[in-house]
Design a protein around this ligand. Structure first.
Ligand code: COA
Length: 376
């Protein structure tokens, strides 16, 4: 076969957990926790030693974020006010790990859609914002479960992991180091979310996505040419998670709230919108694409307001749901998987020649753009 070294997206895959938590269920549980906390600490609250907790509200959540529900891997313990985190039986080393299991489900779907035999895949990148363990890599476990000969490694760029993975895969194809690369993003974000924090308890959901990036010579007739990729990082403490192997040594702080997702939501909103809009416009210019001509934007799914503003700056007008589809209502923020879910669920109707943009942004700060054009 004559390889082109031109990277394309051959197919995508999506695994969605069965269980979902509606805003009403979430707020019921949260407000029960607030009542219990305030009752149990009534004396200290009365003495001014600690502050009473305030209730959450369905209206606030939907208005501030656009989120109506989120899928989760472990619903009952998350809603149990005595637990409020996902729980599962610890698995033995002979069993597949949870992250790899859902990654494999998404990857199988992508392989089937492309008609690709795993034996013809060269590499697996597990690109996600939280890894289940430091090593062996989840990517290698997924590689083994699928029967792929080649190599795999994990990479973490928080909410931008998938687009950074796509550029990495595309670079392998461009350099001739691989012809077919799976970028798998299993995101069990419920495990890093502080379900007792009113400011953020509604944000995240669980999911897994997969993107098959290949040399155009291998790709099925219907695929997406990758016109260009661009990555950017700028250090910020405004989205941070201090969980890590070095603080395991101090058990008294190991459970502190900073060992989970923490953000300054307003600052993130204000700083990331202009950064991402400018990056998209500059990259479109480099690729000689008129941003106003973009047929569809598959943006990172963190907040409906952020997406509205970014899309407006890029397109020059208020984007319709057709131009900038959202999956926030049913999936919530699924970290790096968000823009890929939006793409996966909303690309079949585009015609050959239509140009679109997959774009991520999040902690780091980090942002990634992948301009694509439909073929076939
Ligand atoms: N229920 C009811 N009220 C709530 C609430 C809740 N769950 N959480 C906060 N509030 C209140 C606040 O106390 C505040 O009240 P005040 O005005 O009396 O002080 C008010 O609502 C506004 O809070 P604020 O935190 O400023 O809300 P916001 O409009 O900025 O929305 C986010 C919060 C997080 C949804 C929004 O800032 C956001 O999405 N930012 C970007 C996040 C992002 O993309 N992060 C990346 C993650 S990967």
């Amino acid at each position: 076969m004559q390889y082109t070294h031109a990277p394309v997206i051959s197919s995508t895959g999506l695994f969605t957990p069965e269980d979902s938590i509606s805003n009403a269920e979430l707020v019921d549980s949260f407000n029960k926790y607030v009542d219990e906390f305030n009752r149990d600490n009534a004396a200290a609250i009365g003495a001014g030693e600690i502050e009473a907790l305030s209730p959450s509200s369905v209206e606030f959540i939907e208005k501030a974020s656009g989120i109506k529900a989120r899928h989760v891997m472990s619903k009952t313990p998350v809603l149990d006010t005595a637990i409020m985190e996902p729980r599962w039986e610890e698995r033995s080393n002979d069993e597949i790990s949870v992250l790899a299991e859902i990654g494999v489900k998404a990857a199988r779907q992508a392989l089937e859609k492309a008609g690709r035999d795993p034996k013809d895949v060269d590499a697996v990148l597990c690109a996600a914002s939280n890894m289940e363990r430091p090593y062996p890599a989840m990517a290698i476990e997924i590689q083994q479960a699928l029967g792929i000969d080649g190599f795999g490694f994990d990479m973490n760029v928080a909410c931008s992991s998938a687009t950074f993975g796509i550029q990495t895969a595309a670079d392998y194809v461009r350099a001739g180091n691989a012809r077919s690369v799976l970028v798998v993003s299993p995101e069990i974000t419920s495990g890093h979310l502080n379900w007792r924090d009113r400011d953020s308890h509604f944000i995240f959901g669980d999911v897994a996505t997969a993107v098959l990036v290949e040399d155009a010579a291998l790709a099925p007739a219907r695929h997406w040419d990758i016109l260009g990729t661009r990555l950017k990082t700028v250090f910020s403490n405004n989205i941070r998670n201090n969980f890590g192997y070095l603080n395991k040594a101090s058990p008294e702080t190991a459970d502190a709230p900073d060992k989970l997702f923490v953000q300054e939501g307003r600052k993130v909103f204000k700083e990331v919108v202009p950064m991402v809009a400018q990056m998209i416009i500059e990259e479109a210019d480099r690729l000689q694409i008129d941003p106003a001509e973009l047929r569809r934007l598959w943006l990172h799914q963190a907040n409906a307001g952020m997406n509205r503003l970014i899309a407006q700056r890029v397109l020059g007008h208020e984007a319709s749901a057709d131009e900038s589809p959202t999956v926030l209502d049913t999936y919530g923020n699924t970290s790096s998987a968000g823009s890929i879910i939006a793409f996966h669920l909303n690309n079949d109707d585009l015609a050959a020649g239509d140009t679109g943009l997959i774009c991520s942004f999040g902690a780091g700060y980090s942002a990634g753009t992948v301009f694509v054009r439909a073929a076939g």
